[in-house]
Design a protein around this ligand. Structure first.
Ligand SMILES: Cc1cc2nc3c(=O)[nH]c(=O)nc-3n(C[C@H](O)[C@H](O)[C@H](O)COP(=O)(O)OP(=O)(O)OC[C@H]3O[C@@H](n4cnc5c(N)ncnc54)[C@H](O)[C@@H]3O)c2cc1C
Length: 406
């Protein structure tokens, strides 16, 4: 089999890339190891920043998001038993975020690809990459007598943090930057109406907590916990009691409901540089991970493939590989700003094991500053709603949208 772009992974990065390429008349094949049902039911992110929202709308995959997504123009920071609103609309000149579950984004993109005759193959095993430093890289998949080969012009590694693409790059090419945090998040999805109209980030002496939501009837809540926390030790009652302690306020107790999903996630910051080797381009979680406190993972994945699709569009339209050569550099500028923001939110809001009195006083002073200084609140707001898309990318998109109207 032969295609222009072979894409490994049908998460937000792989599917969005395939969609954006299709709009420019570029062929791709997406290979995903899990079933369609599994990827469409995997509960993960839920905060879409302004850039992701705008891209979904302008490329024709935003109809359900517009109908079902919850648009928010602020968040609450809660500490010392008081809530303080960060008003995104006021601080950023009208921008906001949309609460729309990652699995819904994945459903919308999969449906759009399949409706347009796109090739997305699920339950594909034994994927391996070959000849990455040649003009004709290949993907082999399916093992034991049933192996197939996909010949490509380029390969996009969109297979998340545990995929095979990054590890297919020879030793010594990548430099890894990472930071582990001494805690994790215990997250639940509950059939209960959200107890607040907006997200609440709570700094509490027992540890951080986050009140979020996925729809008017589904709450998503998180508790800071140990990295190796055993979820089996957390009954539903124990989880709700702890959430009530950390998030309840004078005039508010949380609305409880049946917990339909729960799990523990470790917190990690990670960047692999460069995001390219030969004709393999890494995008999304395969190249970088942020702790979820800044809600940037999915949005960064989408921002990467936006740059990659413009660069590939440029290459096929004019043979110009300038932007392809700059792919890593352009993406990493945004990646590192998102790393900084996610690290900063995490450091400000969590209880660290070695938090002495000095550090706790310093964290409270930081929260006090962020919620009382317009300048400080603006830096939080503009990072949270999403920094502007790189002008190189915007310019290329404009050019290709003019050339290839949908
Ligand atoms: C608890 C939690 C909360 C989060 N909250 C937020 C949030 O609020 N906002 C936000 O923006 N981000 C959030 N994130 C991060 C976000 O979910 C990820 O950053 C996002 O999924 C990255 O998309 P991706 O397409 O790069 O990778 P993935 O979504 O991981 O997709 C990779 C795909 O590749 C497939 N794959 C892997 N290996 C292979 C292989 N060998 N062959 C073929 N296919 C393969 C996988 O099955 C998967 O479908 C959160 C993450 C977690 C865990």
């Amino acid at each position: 089999m032969r295609t222009q772009i072979g894409i490994v992974g049908a998460g937000p990065a792989g599917l969005m890339l395939s969609h954006l390429l299709h709009l420019q008349g570029i062929e791709s094949v997406v290979l995903e190891k899990h079933s369609r049902r599994y990827v469409e039911e995997r509960v993960r992110a839920g905060v879409l920043d302004q850039g992701t929202v705008d891209l979904m709308l302008t490329t024709g995959v935003g109809r359900r998001m517009k109908e079902l997504g919850l648009v928010h123009y602020g968040i609450e920071l809660r500490f010392l038993n008081s809530g303080h609103r960060i008003d995104f609309k006021d601080l950023t000149g009208g921008l906001g975020i949309t609460i729309y579950a990652q699995q819904e984004v994945v459903k919308d993109l999969t449906n759009a690809r399949l409706a347009a005759g796109g090739q997305v193959f699920f339950e594909v095993g034994d994927v391996s990459l070959h000849d990455l430093d040649s003009q004709r890289p290949k993907i082999r998949y399916g093992g034991d007598g049933d192996a197939s080969e996909l010949q490509c012009d380029f390969i996009a590694g969109c297979d998340g943090s545990h995929g095979i693409c990054r590890s297919s790059i020879p030793n010594g090419v990548l430099t890894i930057f990472e930071r582990d945090y001494p805690f994790g998040w215990l997250g639940i999805l509950a059939e209960a109406p959200p107890s607040s109209d907006e997200l609440i980030y709570a700094y509490h002496e027992r540890g951080f907590a986050l009140l979020s939501m996925r729809s008017p009837t589904l709450s998503r809540l998180y508790l800071q916990c140990r990295r190796d926390e055993d979820i089996n030790e957390w009954s539903d009652d124990k989880i709700w009691t702890e959430l009530q302690r950390r998030l309840a306020a004078k005039k508010r107790t949380l609305v409880e409901g049946p917990i339909i999903q729960k799990g523990v996630t470790g917190m990690r910051s990670f960047v692999a540089e460069p995001m390219q080797y030969g004709r393999l381009f890494l995008a999304g979680d395969s190249a970088h991970i942020v702790p979820p406190t800044g809600a940037k993972g999915l949005n960064l994945a989408v921002a990467d493939v936006r740059v990659l699709s413009a660069a590939l569009g440029d290459f096929y339209a004019s043979g110009d590989s300038d932007l392809l050569n700059k792919y890593s550099e352009v993406c990493l500028r945004r990646v590192w700003k998102a790393q900084r923001f996610s690290w900063w939110m995490t450091s400000m809001l969590h209880r660290f094991d070695d938090n002495g009195t000095y550090d706790r006083r310093r964290q409270l002073a930081e929260l006090d500053y962020v919620t009382s200084s317009r300048a400080a609140a603006t830096t939080l707001a503009e990072n949270y709603v999403g920094l502007p898309i790189d002008p190189i990318c915007v310019e290329h998109e404009r050019k290709y949208q003019e050339r290839s109207p949908r």
